[in-house]
Write a protein that binds this ligand. Structure first.
Ligand SMILES: *Cc1c(COP(=O)(O)O)cnc(C)c1O
Length: 357
């Protein structure tokens, strides 16, 4: 049976990418060696890293003056790296929005390094909206926001333009929509939600912002170290970088980020209109802030959950249980999820409503 994979992460990847990746694990570049048993300094792998970097630049239209890095440690390590690299050693401070679990974790780490102002928070509303209209002080080192809140299903539809450095955690919506990279000074994203398997973290950083903290940063945590070594300061996560490269080639072949954005909007329209018109369900996020990536919803009558669960499982749907911290349902619709899979889910929702009309 065809499985419709709505996993929140690690997430669905295109079948052609998985096929190419498995071929390369057995025989990479006709070397009769596996991708994961050759030197990362070999010209074959260096070409993979170069290609991955140039595809990021091409797909996201990265301007001159930015470096593209593939690091390890996930987005979670970026929480501390950002603060180490950008907060001044003496009297450092930053402003953060608090829009969900990941933002909270980012704030917690930054507080180890300097002063953190939380300038906008939706905590009191279970993070069901994106705060707006807050003031970002200009005498701080940077502003940090989370573009898409993976667990609660909210997404920033526009970004503030602060008078300080602009940093964004785009882990769960990178490559899902067009963005103007020139408006950001640092963007980071764990690979496993739209780009590839777990193990690589994408960082796009404006070179001129580095080296100004006055802090003696441990080599591994210093972006400059990784820039000077082209992401090969130590052994890079070769498999994760390779599969990310393949996924980006797939995105390019489909028509790039604008094609993907368009299809993601179609998927979101389909499921949100079902949620809004179906009397059995309700969405949890405020409408204007709804995420196109992670769609969170509830059954109005919990007593129907057993029946609904058995119906979607029978239809081949996988991974729509809500995050353990919030319950309900969450349909994650990352780039590789076909529109057809969303249709299967909305059909099941409509069928349940018909049975209970
Ligand atoms: C998943 C996620 C993270 C954590 O990513 P790791 O790579 O597991 O550290 C951080 N931020 C957001 C928005 C996420 O969705």
């Amino acid at each position: 049976m065809k499985v419709h994979n709505f996993s929140a992460g690690p997430c669905i990847l295109p079948p052609e990418v998985l096929k190419q990746a498995s071929d390369a694990v057995l025989n990479f570049d006709n070397l009769d060696l596996s991708l994961i048993e050759i030197s990362h300094r070999s010209k074959n792998f260096v070409a993979v890293m170069d290609k991955a970097v140039s595809l990021v630049k091409e797909l996201l239209n990265v301007p001159e003056g930015y470096s593209v890095l593939f690091l390890q440690g996930g987005a979670s390590l970026e929480f501390i790296m950002v603060a180490y690299n950008l907060m001044k050693n003496e009297g450092g401070s930053a402003a953060y929005t608090e829009t969900g679990t990941w933002a909270k974790n980012a704030i917690k780490e930054a507080k180890r390094v300097g002063e953190v102002n939380v300038v906008g928070s939706s905590k009191d509303a279970n993070f069901n909206f994106i705060p707006k209209g807050y003031t970002i002080p200009s005498d701080i080192d940077y502003f940090h926001c989370t573009s898409n809140n993976t667990i609660v299903g909210t997404q920033m539809k526009s970004f503030p333009e602060p008078d300080c450095l602009m940093v964004c955690d785009m882990s769960s919506d990178i490559f899902s929509r067009t963005i103007d990279v020139s408006k950001f000074d640092l963007i980071y994203a764990g690979a496993q939600k739209n780009m590839g398997p777990a193990g690589a973290t994408l960082v796009i950083v404006k070179d001129e912002i580095l080296g100004k903290s006055g802090r003696d940063i441990p080599a591994y945590l210093d972006y400059s170290t990784h820039i000077s070594k082209d992401s090969m300061f130590n052994t890079p996560p070769v498999f994760a970088v390779y599969v990310s490269m393949l996924t980006m080639e797939w995105m390019k072949s489909k028509g790039g980020v604008s094609w993907i954005e368009n299809r993601n909007e179609q998927k979101a329209d389909l499921i949100y209109s079902e949620i809004d018109s179906n009397p059995l369900f309700k969405g949890t996020a405020v409408k204007e802030d709804r995420s196109n990536m992670n769609v969170c919803f509830l059954l109005n009558d919990e007593n129907l959950s057993e029946e609904f669960d058995s119906m979607w499982k029978a239809a081949g749907i996988s991974g729509i249980n809500g995050h353990r911290s919030v319950g309900g349902y969450r349909a994650s619709m990352y780039n590789a999820l076909p529109l057809e899979s969303v249709k299967v889910l909305t059909d099941v929702m409509a069928e349940l409503a018909k049975k209970h009309a």
